[in-house]
Design a protein around this ligand. Structure first.
Ligand SMILES: C[S@@+](CC[C@H](N)C(=O)[O-])C[C@H]1O[C@@H](n2cnc3c(N)ncnc32)[C@H](O)[C@@H]1O
Length: 284
């Protein structure tokens, strides 16, 4: 459905009419999906809702609200629409090259075990990428390193734990590396091998709740998640990541993300072009 069909002459409708039933719907979704939608950007929520309204041929927020209440299978479809889970292995090669050549070796020079938190990990490609790098750097030693991977979406976490992927998710990897770490299944998909799977612990965590999973991470990778957050939420997230890192720890963000305004005191640019920062020593 396009916006013009929904609001045939939007200029003649009052803003109130255009959003009739919106806040009730948001409230209902928050309860139903156990998500903090009120903290997401309103435009973003509206765009995602319109895409579901388009698919379900409902023509107003109230209509869609009714549909949602009466159609059990719509709940998961809506959750997926609200938490777009696009990701792949070695997404942004330059970043993972830096991790392999500088960041992990620097940390492992100082200590035996490394602690990394992949926050907003989606279906697991990101934390498994770090595990592959760590394994390849460290394979002769028994590694006690910990990779914690979290997401708000339980359906996607289930997929992450299964660790089965289409070939397209692996397109940034060399064939030799794929056969080292994946088993090709009969249906043409790839299953991550146990030596990598075992290095990652997955759990449910909502970044909007303001508490890090631990305070002892050497690296926090929180990439392509803040597109859902408004400015205040981004600020809270920066503080949360700061609290979740050891002194001098690394914060790796997505290539199109930026440090929220006035938050540069928390982090010093390490490789700003690759969106990698270091935790600043507390002077504030
Ligand atoms: C686009 S994916 C990013 C995946 C991966 N980090 C990457 O960059 O390839 C965004 C993920 O953030 C998760 N997410 C959105 N809001 C969240 C929140 N409040 N707490 C935790 N995860 C959240 C979504 O469920 C989704 O899996």
């Amino acid at each position: 459905m396009d916006m013009n069909n929904l609001f045939p002459d939007s200029s003649s409708l009052s803003d109130k009419m255009k959003t009739a039933g919106f806040s009730e719907l948001v409230k209902a979704i928050e309860g139903m999906l156990n998500m903090h939608l009120s903290s997401y950007k309103e435009d973003y929520i509206k765009r995602r809702l319109l895409s579901r309204m388009n698919s379900t041929r409902t023509t107003s927020y109230r209509d869609y609200h009714q549909y949602l209440l009466s159609t059990p299978e719509e709940k998961e479809k809506l959750r997926n629409a609200l938490t777009i889970n696009v990701t792949k292995f070695f997404r942004d090669l330059g970043v993972f090259d830096l991790v392999r050549k500088e960041i992990f070796p620097e940390i492992l020079n100082k200590k035996q075990n490394l602690h990394l938190w992949s926050a907003g990990c989606s279906s697991g490609e990101e934390p498994y990428t770090y595990a592959i790098i760590l394994y390849e750097l460290n394979k002769l030693k028994r590694s006690g390193s910990v990779i914690t991977a979290t997401d708000i979406d339980d359906t996607i976490l289930k997929k992450a734990k299964e660790g089965i992927y289409e070939k397209t998710a692996l397109e940034n990897m060399q064939e030799a590396q794929i056969s080292r770490h994946f088993t090709l299944l009969e249906d043409g998909r790839y299953s991550i091998k146990p030596h990598i799977r075992e290095m990652v612990r997955f759990s449910h965590h909502d970044l909007m709740k303001g508490v890090p999973v631990s305070r002892f991470n050497d690296v926090v990778s929180c990439r392509n998640v803040t597109i859902y957050f408004n400015e205040d939420q981004k600020r809270n997230l920066i503080r949360l990541i700061y609290e979740g890192l050891v002194d001098g720890g690394y914060y790796i963000m997505g290539m199109s993300e930026y440090l929220a305004r006035d938050m540069d005191m928390y982090f010093t640019p390490y490789r700003p072009m690759l969106k990698v920062f270091k935790k600043t020593e507390k002077k504030f």
